[in-house]
Design a protein around this ligand. Structure first.
Ligand code: KG4
Ligand code: ZN
Length: 330
């Protein structure tokens, strides 16, 4: 069964064809990063307009790369939230229009659930329960997954998302947008022990990054000659410490043999290294989806839709988009 997935929740216009929820036949991602970089962040109206221009060519590319015709597709899925309202509507409308003309089922997919599925896409045999930390530009969630659709959210950020912290600190340091990859690169040349930035909310499942961001700003203002690479490496280490310690505590508490990273920040090289280390050190398995499945993509939407279609059936064409959609467990 081939599912065409569409993702337009933020600044990536993406389409993919995935067979049976696990075989990625194509995954096309057209990033609008250059368009938004001049503003230092995503401008919602600019994003919506770019999605409108890109959506049809991106869908055509996804079908072309997969080597399938629309007649060989069995369901059409789109991310219907959370995300930017105008941006979401472009993907949802395109998917519903295609479903209407072809008579195929339409499946609305939760973006957060889709990020959680990136791990399963890579390895459908992953052993549950899975301790997952979803760290992206808009969300930071600590989740235990017991089975398909069976999630328990253990903790979340009380202020900024992890990726948001990377983006804000990078902007302050003059490293450009998006900040995560820029800090990741620069941190490799700095010392992660140079500055002792705070690790927020120890022993709790919730996250906080706003105080860390303020600590970076205060430090740099006091020490204008400090090495930017050292600041980047020490900041990154503080984020990674916070994320890894909570992930490990969740795995302990819920007897999870597998640690999983999800979301754009899961592309961070130091975070990946540390999660691999703690997994090895505690007799667990680390599951780190490849960076292209961590950042926003439509393969994760198509894979999630395959499971959702089997459990819940198709989504009504009368359903819209929900910018504030939450992750619901069962
Ligand atoms: O999941 P994603 O592509 O979009 C959202 O759903 O938000 O995540 C984007 C976020 C951005 O904040 C970006 O700076 C961050 O992921 N990111 C990284 C890295 N690559 C992307 N953060 C740290 N290190 C990276 N290598
Ligand atoms: Zn995302």
């Amino acid at each position: 069964m081939n599912v065409l997935g569409i993702e337009t929740s933020c600044d990536e216009t993406a389409a993919a064809v995935v067979a049976d929820g696990r075989r990625v036949l194509s995954s096309v991602v057209s990033s609008q990063i250059e368009l938004h970089a001049q503003y230092g962040g995503v401008v919602p109206e600019v994003a919506s307009r770019a999605h409108v221009e890109l959506i049809n060519p991106v869908i055509a590319d996804a079908l072309g790369e997969a080597g399938v015709e629309l007649s060989e597709i069995d369901a059409i899925a789109a991310c219907h939230g959370p995300g930017l309202a105008g941006a979401l509507l472009v993907g949802v409308s395109a998917a519903k229009a295609l479903a209407l003309v072809t008579g195929l089922p339409y499946v609305g997919v939760n973006h957060l659930e889709a990020h959680l599925y990136a791990g399963w896409l890579e390895d459908p045999e992953l052993a549950a329960p899975l301790a997952v930390v979803l760290v992206s530009g808009g969300h930071t969630l600590l989740v235990v997954i017991r089975g398909h659709g069976d999630y328990q959210v253990l903790g979340q950020t009380v202020d900024d998302a992890a990726g948001e912290a990377f983006d804000k600190v990078a902007r302050f340091l003059g490293l450009g947008y998006p900040g995560g990859p820029a800090i990741d690169r620069l941190a490799r040349t700095g010392s992660r022990d140079a500055i002792a930035f705070p690790r927020a909310m120890p022993g709790e499942p919730d996250f906080s990054f706003a105080g860390l961001k303020t600590a970076v700003v205060t430090f740099v203002r006091k020490h204008p000659d400090a090495s930017v690479a050292d600041v980047a490496a020490s900041f990154q280490e503080a984020v990674v410490d916070q994320v890894v310690s909570k992930l490990l505590a969740a795995a302990d508490e819920h007897d999870a043999p597998t640690l999983v990273l999800a979301g754009g920040v899961a592309a961070n090289s130091r975070l990946r290294e540390r999660v691999s280390e703690v997994a090895a050190g505690t007799g667990r398995q680390a599951f780190l989806p490849p960076p292209e499945l961590c950042t926003d993509n439509a393969a994760m939407i198509a894979a999630t839709a395959w499971w959702r279609l089997r459990s819940d059936g198709a989504t009504s064409l009368a359903a819209g988009a929900d910018p504030n959609l939450r992750l619901a467990g069962s």
